[in-house]
Design a binder for this molecule. Sequence first.
Ligand SMILES: N[C@@H](CCC[C@H](N)C(=O)O)C(=O)O
Length: 280
Amino acid sequence: MHFTKWNGCGNDFVFINAMHMDDLKPVLDKCERICDRHFGIGADGIIFVLPSQKADLRMRIFNADGSEAEMCGNGIRCFARWAYELGLVSTRRFSVETGAGILYPEILDDHRVRVDMGAPHLEAAVVPTTGFSGNPVVSEELVSSTGSHYKVTCVSMGNPHCVIFTDNVPDDEFLKKEGSAIEKDVHFPRKTNVEFVHPLGNNRFRMRVWERGTGITMACGTGCCATAVAAILNGLAKDEAYIDVDGGTLHISWKGGDSHVFMTGPAAMAFEGDFTPELI
Ligand SMILES: N[C@@H](CCC[C@H](N)C(=O)O)C(=O)O
């Protein structure tokens, strides 16, 4: 099976062309192994391109643990460049059916990709989140199973995010302990991605993420969108934000309410190859 390896700010994915594949199961059965950095190809997830009845193409994203996510921000930027390079689309702006609806990436002249990510969803039931008094959940108290107290803001970009503003940048040990506890907290019936965000001033933020189904990654595109939305809701930014993650920087803009979030950032190919799902 042929694959191509792409990353957006170091958030990396194995891409598989499933335009003519009847069954994803042989690959999905080995998802964890394929994503393993010692025993497999090594990636934060696997992304398939499929035909769509509703859009130019369809994208499906699976986390390293094999769970399917509704959307992937860094993934859709890579998806756009990959699909264009493969000749699956002939225009630099096209439509992609995702679990978060139909989204529109556009490849810019400098090879970065700008994506119309649609409107964020803030209603608690849609995120989904339960047990908070406010709706939307903006700077509400959460006591995690580790006993730590946080002020959280919950945002869905098709997938759930719990954004926490902090005075410092968490290290790996903290991120793993607290991120994994919040990911599985009872407030989040479909689990959640967790963003710890340190405001730097002038609409700039340093963010580290614990991703649902994968763990610590170098970046999360939907997480950066959720971070910008949460920052604007909390009065920490206006209209736009630059989010510095471990693997680079994404620019996010949002004018509030039902307006759409726009995400701009890099997408790069690292290598391609072949593997045999039965043998990996
Ligand atoms: N890294 C992605 C998000 C991937 C899915 C996420 N782990 C989830 O389960 O929702 C991004 O760039 O958005």
